[in-house]
Ligand binder design. Structure first.
Ligand SMILES: *[C@@H]1O[C@H](CO)[C@@H](O)[C@H](O)[C@H]1NC(C)=O
Ligand SMILES: [Cu+2]
Length: 247
């Protein structure tokens, strides 16, 4: 193979590797391996995981034209994780991404949806997601601003979410998502990287928050989806339903 061809392949491999995915979470002090999409997809009998499987082996994204398609729920052809990570309501879940490209600025958003039973068999199109954590623009004084993704990268490609202490015990799908906005100034330019993982929440209160179907979370013209980040922004309008808070 010609050297230039090898160089081009290496360059494209680097770009693909740059996107990352959730490779593990820590809950109640225990480290659970996620669905290792760049490995498990090529195995006949991959290990069971708390992470939902996807066919996004290119580590690619879903785009606004797919916001009413099931692929937006738990990424491309997302299929139920077979295991669950146990976590006490009110405690933190640590989420480890493999990597994230600095240029891909945007919000980091986390939802939960009750499985109302077993998350390993639940129909994802019936899951109703409520938002438990959302960080967007951290500092807009520079262009393109400091975003949640920059915070994630600085923390070692990690994110921490607190499971609300007020929700009732049970099985939940955690939908954790980065939306990259580097091309979002043009229609259909936002890039969604949703990751689903199963949690078994213990303790907790009695709240059963209402949620939103995955295919109803966003529209392509939402203020936080169709947005040019290369201008000075004084604020960023978080897309999706309002943040859940107990009362
Ligand atoms: C889980 O363990 C792996 C291997 O030690 C580590 O790289 C990763 O950061 C851990 N996950 C979390 C969320 O801390
Ligand atoms: Cu990219």
């Amino acid at each position: 193979m010609a050297f230039s061809k090898i160089a081009a392949l290496l360059a494209s491999a680097t770009m693909v590797a740059g996107h990352g995915y959730v490779s593990s979470i820590v809950a109640n002090g225990q480290n659970y391996t996620g669905y290792l999409v760049d490995q498990y997809s090529y195995q006949d009998d991959p290990p069971k995981s708390v992470g939902w499987s996807t066919t996004a082996t290119d580590l690619g994204f879903e785009e606004p034209s797919e916001y009413s398609d099931p692929n937006i729920i738990c990424h491309r052809n997302g299929k139920n994780g077979q295991l669950s990570a146990e976590v006490k309501a009110g405690s933190d879940v640590e989420i480890q991404w493999t990597e994230w490209p600095e240029s891909h600025h945007g919000p980091v958003i986390t939802y939960l949806a009750s499985c109302d039973g077993d998350c390993s068999t639940v129909d994802k199109t019936k899951l109703e997601f409520f938002k438990i954590d959302a960080v967007g623009l951290v500092d807009g004084s520079n262009v393109p601003g400091t975003w949640a993704t920059d915070k994630l990268i600085n923390a070692g490609n990690r994110w921490t979410v607190t499971i609300p202490s007020s929700i009732s015990a049970g099985n939940y799908v955690m939908r954790h998502e980065i939306i990259a906005l580097h091309s979002a100034g043009q229609e259909n330019g936002a890039q969604n990287y949703p990751q689903c993982l199963n949690l078994k929440v213990t303790g907790g209160g009695s709240d059963e928050p209402e949620g939103t179907l995955g295919e109803k979370l966003y529209t392509k013209s939402d203020k936080g989806i169709l947005v040019n980040i290369y201008t000075t922004l004084s604020n960023y309008v978080m897309p999706g339903p309002a943040l859940y808070s107990s009362n």
